[in-house]
Design a protein. Structure first.
Length: 362
């Protein structure tokens, strides 16, 4: 009455054992194996899953495709687009190929990626006075140094610019010149003085000699002056006599002229031995001591107002119909609603008002 467990001996190598009556079965699902005891490896490559000449590698329960160059994807089904991104330089047009690409180059370029600018000067028509300059798909003929003109046929006269120094003579040549130098000078432009004028030590009293062109200068030590540092001063001492408006040991200070002068109704601005008064509003004169009469010609007050001059300003006395700083504002008498009783009030700008009475009223 007891069923013997036929799975006890683990007969299924790579599958799940299902016990029966005096037998068993092996479930190989998902194991990658087949056969009565799941001992036979399933060759997933047998169904030719890999495309485009890829090599299939079988594994336990799975497989892998090793793609040839130019393809990718699980089954090597994708042709790799070598044109993305575009490898062609200088505006070349890319055409994708298997494991490669082809660049159609614009005029003036060649090579695999159109990276080479074709040397257009190999065959050129420039004349002997011109240099060929390569461009994109063409070339330019540029005059060599020393030549000018539409065909570079005119020899430039370099001596016109007087390139020779120290009175050297310029000798014109073809595409060049040379300088004939006076004695004691040499160099391409006669710029080199060959004689050291300081060699004889012409500076006295320890002065420092500075060589020049057919000349020298002496930087004198303290207390000496003159071409050769010959003459003495008050050695170690000096006194500066300052011009008007300055003082100090070296006349370095501008004297402030403002404290000794009054600007009354203004601000003093110091100058050199001088000063200037910047007057406040309403004042004038060299010392800002004269009040400006703002009421001249009664120009400041409007609408018949009377101008009254004050110190530094003015005041407008307005008539009974206006107000404001300059009497510029009209008083609206009609704002008083009872001024015309029951009649109609009409404001007359700057001159008062007028009442229009109802019938029967005066």
């Amino acid at each position: 009455e007891t069923n013997i467990n036929d799975c006890a001996s683990l007969p299924c190598a790579n599958g799940k054992c299902v016990d029966g009556v005096n037998n068993f079965t092996c479930n190989c699902t998902g194991s990658g194996y087949t056969g009565p005891t799941c001992s036979d490896n399933i060759n997933e490559c047998a169904s030719s899953l890999c495309l485009n000449n890829a090599t299939c590698h079988d594994y336990i329960g799975t497989y892998a495709c090793r793609c040839v160059r130019g393809f990718d994807g699980k089954h090597c089904e994708n042709n790799i687009d070598e044109c993305s991104p575009n490898p062609c330089d200088n505006g070349g047009t890319c055409t994708d190929k298997i494991d490669g690409f082809n660049c159609a180059c614009p005029a003036g370029f060649n090579d695999t990626k159109c990276e080479n600018d074709i040397e257009d000067c190999v065959n050129n028509n420039c004349n002997p006075n011109q240099n060929c300059v390569d461009q994109i798909n063409h070339y330019l003929c540029v005059c060599k140094p020393g030549f000018t003109g539409s065909n570079c046929s005119v020899d430039i006269v370099e001596c016109l610019s007087n390139p020779c120094k120290n009175n050297g003579t310029c000798n014109e040549g073809v595409n060049g010149y040379n300088c004939s130098c006076l004695p004691r000078f040499n160099g391409t432009y006669c710029e080199l003085d060959t004689i050291n004028d300081c060699a004889s030590q012409p500076c006295l009293n320890n002065g420092t000699c500075v060589d020049g062109v057919a000349d020298f200068n002496c930087n004198c030590t303290r207390g000496f002056h003159g071409k050769r540092s010959k003459f003495t001063l008050n050695i170690g001492h000096y006194k500066c006599h300052c011009p008007s408006g300055f003082n100090g040991t070296q006349c370095e200070s501008n004297i402030d002229d403002c404290p000794s002068h009054g600007c009354n109704n203004g601000t003093c601005v110091d100058g050199v031995n001088d000063y200037t008064c910047m007057c406040n509003k309403g004042f004038q004169g060299e010392f800002c001591d004269r009040d400006i009469d703002e009421c001249l010609n009664n120009a400041s007050c409007m609408n018949g107002g009377t101008c009254q001059n004050t110190i530094g300003s003015y005041h407008c006395a307005c008539n009974e119909f206006t107000n404001g700083t300059r009497c510029e504002m009209d008083i609206d008498e009609c704002e008083n609603k009872t001024i015309c009783n029951t009649g109609l009030c009409v404001n007359k700008q700057y001159t008062g008002y007028k009442c229009y009475c109802d019938q029967g009223w005066t």
